[in-house]
Write a protein that binds this ligand. Sequence first.
Ligand code: SF4
Ligand code: F3S
Ligand code: FES
Length: 233
Amino acid sequence: MQVTIKVFRYNPEKDKKPHYETYQLEADPTDRVLDLLEKVKGYKDGTLSFRRSCAHGVCGSDAMRINGSNKLACKALVHDFGAKITVEPILGLRVIKDLIVDMEPFFDNFRKVLPYFINDDPAPEKERYQSQEDRERFDDTTKCILCAACTTSCPSFWASDEYLGPSAIVNAHRFIFDSRDQGAAQRLKIMNEIMGVSRCHTVFNCTLACPREIQITKAIGEVKKALMTGSLE
Ligand code: SF4
Ligand code: F3S
Ligand code: FES
């Protein structure tokens, strides 16, 4: 099939403002949007810039807006979008060049939630025991690949990148509800700050955008409930 792909282009070193370039490509319906971008870069315009690494939905580096919705380009198939595809950078973060945005504010928020295991007890001889039931408590939020599709689809984050955002809260949830971890009180204090969970107005864009199908709004709700009740039950 013939596909017309319209791509956001912006090189701050040369361009006064962003513009779009349109390319005609021969594509297979099962090609991925990432394949189309590779074709443009390889055969039409080598200056096109975008991030990608694994090309298999694992590294989280190629989140972009495809026909208006946040997707991973390596998981977005042409037949789901049709013959006219528009590709733009994710919103709420500064564009460095073309489809590449500055991820630092996103990772700053990630770092704020202490996204690592905290337990000062002496390490046991073998593993720290955890029941299957306790492990399941945070099974969903372990799946995050830090792609930022959720956070950059959230109107509260568009309003201020100081808002921790759904991804950081998901990663806080992963440790808050881990029965082996001892940092829940510290993290809940961070969640309760002015730019924490109270900025979430249950818009659900994050849940719809997540390529890992994490129930993000539910996880945020669980963090809010833990703050209100003082219990992790
Ligand atoms: Fe990406 Fe989902 Fe993680 Fe958000 S929660 S960063 S959308 S994988
Ligand atoms: Fe934003 Fe998701 Fe809440 S889109 S407002 S974090 S439910
Ligand atoms: Fe790694 Fe798409 S390139 S998730």
